[in-house]
Design a protein around this ligand. Structure first.
Ligand code: BT5
Length: 283
């Protein structure tokens, strides 16, 4: 495995490392985590999928905030079995959360995740990220980040939630396949330079740990409002594919449980639950 590291030849002195390899190692992320951060951090050069690793770790009892991080993934995946391209330079990781909540409240984590990712990317880059329902993060209309949330529950109680996050950070656009590239963008391509991946990852993990208790109390309406404000679709005409059927209309609201409300062309309203709907924007 080759990572970006600059090694300069110095005659008769062997080789001198002029800059440390840019890796998402626990020690590099730790400075950006809050004091008393209780999660364990697992780093790998390559994993099939950080979500799969995080599930194994969660099953072994790893605490809230634990992170599974990989520099590359060979089997990164999205929703409904779709694949996620994960070349070196991206930020591919999963967070384990263990909220003590009823199953019906779990959809709030999806709202929180989208808000944290859009805001953290904006803060780190100065760019303007928006959220395409349910929780793709777009910049200039193209996907810069995908979120895959998986849940383990027994009866009506949540056991753990895995939030898998993929950010196209320090990646040249040519490193994504031509098909994906059409609708995707990377931070390097937008900024013309690389970002501090360790700081962005650390900030995101910190925010999850600090803020996820807040979405189960009086603060939830604030997150829902921020989610609506960051929306790339509200007020726009959209097409939704749901179970093989297509619906076109205007996106008019994101509901308490994260579902999207559409006003269809015939004037009727229809609510789409998160998870089994894909969406195309008419810009
Ligand atoms: C998602 O799925 O957007 C969720 C992706 C989550 C990836 C993270 S990485 C860490 C963790 N471990 C995992 O195994 N997964 C999570 P979905 O909405 O289904 O979008 C998938 C679609 O996005 C694909 O079918 C492609 O069209 C497109 N795509 C694939 N790789 C991409 C990339 N790097 N950037 C932008 N779009 C991509």
């Amino acid at each position: 495995m080759l990572f970006r590291s600059d090694i300069e030849g110095v005659s008769n002195q062997g080789y001198r490392l002029i800059s440390a390899p840019d890796l998402l190692l626990p020690a590099e992320i730790a400075p950006y985590l809050p004091v008393g951060f209780e999660g364990d951090i697992f780093w790998s050069a390559t994993l099939a999928s950080t979500n799969e690793r995080a599930k194994e770790l969660a099953d072994k009892g790893m605490p809230t905030g634990s992170l599974a991080i990989a520099e590359t993934q060979t089997g990164g995946h999205g929703r409904r079995g779709r694949s996620w391209q994960s070349p070196p330079g991206g930020i591919w990781f999963s967070i384990i959360l263990r909220p003590d909540i009823a199953l019906m409240l779990a959809s709030r984590v999806s709202i929180l995740a989208a808000v944290i990712l859009a805001e953290a990317i904006n803060t780190e880059t100065g760019l303007r990220a928006t959220i395409k329902w349910p929780n793709d993060i777009l910049i200039e209309g193209k996907k810069v980040c995908g979120i895959l949330i998986e849940l383990s529950a027994q009866l009506e109680e949540v056991n753990y939630i895995i939030v898998g996050i993929g950010i196209n950070a320090n990646i040249k656009i040519e490193e994504l396949s031509p098909e994906v590239r059409e609708a995707a963008v990377t931070l390097t391509a937008l900024l013309g330079k690389d970002i501090n991946r360790q700081r962005l990852l650390g900030r995101i993990a910190s925010r999850f740990v600090n803020e996820f208790p807040l979405i189960f109390d009086d603060n939830y309406p604030d997150y829902l409002n921020r989610r609506r404000q960051l929306s790339a679709v509200l007020g726009h005409s959209v097409t939704i594919e749901d179970g093989g059927r297509r619906f076109t209309g205007k996106a008019i609201d994101i509901m308490q449980n994260g579902a999207l409300k559409i006003e269809l062309s015939d004037g009727t309203e229809r609510v789409f639950e998160s998870g089994d709907v894909s969406l195309r924007l008419h810009i």
